[in-house]
Design a binder for this molecule. Sequence first.
Ligand code: FAD
Length: 394
Amino acid sequence: MPGEAQCVDVGIVGSGIAGSALAAALAGSGLSVALLDRRQGGLDSARGDHIQPAVQPILERWGVLNTLVLSGAEQRHGTRWFDTEGRLLVKIPVPERADCAPAFLYLNHEQIGDVLLTHAVEQGAIDISGISDWSLDRVRGGWQIHWAGAGESGTLRCTLLVGADGTASPVRSKLGVRIDRHRYQYPIAVLYGRLMDTPEMRTLDVHLLHERMVSMIPRTGGGTKIGFPIASDELSMWRNQPESVLHNQLQQWCPNLEFEHLAFGAVYPPVSQQAESYRGDGAAVLIGDARHAMHPARSMGMNTCFRVADRLASLLKGLRAGFAEAELLPLLQTFEQQFDKEVTQRLAENHAAGLQMDTLSGNGFPKLVEQLRSAAENPAISTAMALKAAGLEG
Ligand SMILES: Cc1cc2nc3c(=O)[nH]c(=O)nc-3n(C[C@H](O)[C@H](O)[C@H](O)COP(=O)(O)OP(=O)(O)OC[C@H]3O[C@@H](n4cnc5c(N)ncnc54)[C@H](O)[C@@H]3O)c2cc1C
């Protein structure tokens, strides 16, 4: 039996971080919102989990920051860089400024997604998940999506269509939007572990080995996520070998670190991509990885999702429920101009960091080490790095 047609102001395909963030940002605005997703369970745990200090005031405004803390989010106090011998090169602290939080906040990715989506649903957003099939049609003054899944089907009609359906974005393909894409050479492997000695003041620790960059990223409850590039032919070793082999390899890389336990997590093929804006008939916009996928280096992808969702929601909040497409189109133009200003530069910076990490023959990263040594000696350089890492302009 087909479900009843539902009419909403904003229809979002994809309830990952970007879609849920937009729905959370619109909560309480009076606009009606529906999210559609093929997902049946939670989000992938290994992805974005560190919220930049400059982004936290946005989440506070949406009314979700405290819930993240109550859900177990913890604080990270800056980033430390180590050389091939495990010696500290420099610690980049969190800037002390009124316009940002005093620390990074971290929580597992799927929990961040849950907090955002729950907040949106509690404020009236419709959440349709587990859909296996959907089709998109342009109708007068809006869009129509027929969906089916889990023995149910239905029709959603929306005035604004938002594609928040990740890197491969079927919405982007259906709308015929072009993208620029760079595929990095080396996939990123993620392991989960627990260090024997976990300091109380957690930091993200980057080890510049002879051949590759290895990041030790705090997880809640004293855990550590370990991320590093691998060659494709190393994959089966990381995925299939017993835990003792993982210990040996990490011990060789970072002799000062001893792990209580280690387990393989996942492998990601990183890409940098930017989609153009939608220029066809009707009101449609792409957000999140569908619009601006980034390399995992330097914690920027999810944080950019929050910024972009906030910008879009701020513009949409100027409209009344039941708005017409014609009222929306000039606002989307403004959004696209703001997007170009804010995100294009961040993407370029992230791409530079991604290229820096995309090596298995880094030779100790001499240029980067030189830059980090200068930062250790020169507070102006260290401050500029701290502002960038926190999500503030340098
Ligand atoms: C290893 C790794 C570590 C990272 N670490 C960080 C970090 O520390 N900080 C940071 O800021 N960023 C980080 N990122 C980036 C960040 O995770 C992403 O930018 C962010 O999660 C993107 O969210 P999204 O909602 O756009 O996409 P996604 O999370 O991919 O969500 C897309 C949603 O669309 C749904 N979907 C897809 N196709 C369809 C379809 N056909 N029909 C219906 N639904 C569909 C999916 O089920 C999914 O729920 C990391 C990424 C990786 C891979």
